[in-house]
Design a protein around this ligand. Structure first.
Ligand code: 13P
Length: 282
């Protein structure tokens, strides 16, 4: 149990026909809530934070908290840097002991994305950490600051990218986007199935917030093995706190602390059930 490599979690998910939830956190309360849901449902999980969020939660502080929570957990937990863009930040996460890092070169020309991904794989090798990359372009941006246009993954490019890099997990774009969807996404399952049939790497779905349960199920039955959830967690925490104030349940700081944990817990638990990963930590 406890802190594990992400490769291990995704290999088991591939064999077992489910996906592992990768939950973005911003503070200790969210870490505690997500781990509580994983322990209660006996689910493997990934705790992640994106480079763009480190302005609010410095890596040198939040990183050790994530790792300590993973080490003490009763279920397998991988600790992942999401959307790494600079080699310096990726190296810092690796040195802290993160068991997985993402390099997001999706906005770069293909050959540059390949070259940078290879450099990240080299940096991760001495630590034995897993590397995730992205091909195609997931819409929106992780912190909502940009409206990046979505560009679906080309299955041929995904195959070429994988052959060139041998990356451990590959994020693809099939109509998904970060943040709340303005209208229900119509995921391109035809592209997902083609990529799955041509590339034997665990696939990653970003932009999990707002995707319908039946679409999640179809995704994890079609090769998606890691599903990222960020906005839904932040919203669930906010709503839980708002409701607790509204109902007069906040009498002091520690009631606020409890409401935050509860919001993160409920959101994570709901997603773990949809991803079919409950009971898979046993
Ligand atoms: P959402 O904020 O849409 O859940 O996306 C999460 C994500 O993909 C983080 O990388």
């Amino acid at each position: 149990m406890s802190l594990v490599n992400m490769k291990e979690l995704l290999a088991k998910a591939q064999q077992g026909g489910y996906a592992v939830g990768s939950f973005s956190i911003a503070n200790m309360e969210m870490i505690l809530g997500v781990i509580k849901a994983a322990e209660e449902t006996k689910s493997p999980i990934i705790l992640q934070i994106a480079e763009v969020r480190l302005n609010h939660s410095p890596l040198a502080i939040i990183g050790p908290a994530m790792l300590a929570a993973a080490e003490q957990a009763k279920v397998p937990v991988a600790v992942h840097l999401d959307h790494g863009t600079s080699l310096a930040c990726i190296k810092q996460a690796l040195a802290l002991g993160f068991t997985s890092v993402m390099f997001d070169g999706s906005h770069l020309p293909l050959e540059e994305n390949i070259a940078m991904t290879k450099a990240v794989i080299e940096a991760a090798r001495p630590y034995g950490a897993a590397v995730e990359a992205e091909i195609g372009c997931v819409g929106g941006s992780e912190d909502g600051s940009e409206d990046i246009a979505m560009r679906c993954t080309s299955p041929e490019q995904a195959k070429y990218f994988y052959e060139e890099t041998g990356v451990d997990a590959l994020a693809i774009a099939i109509g998904n986007a970060h943040g709340f969807y303005k209208q229900a996404p119509e995921l391109r399952f035809d592209i997902l199935e083609k990529v799955r049939d041509t590339v034997s790497v665990p696939l990653v779905l970003h932009g999990g917030t707002g995707i319908e349960p039946e679409d999640f199920i179809r995704c994890h039955q079609s090769g998606i093995k890691k599903i990222n959830i960020a906005t839904a967690t932040f919203a669930a925490v906010e709503n839980s706190v708002r409701q607790a104030y509204h109902e007069g349940r906040i009498g002091g700081y520690y009631d606020l602390h409890g409401a935050e944990i509860q919001g993160a817990y409920e959101n994570a638990k709901k997603h773990m059930e949809i991803f079919y990963c409950t009971g898979k930590a046993e």
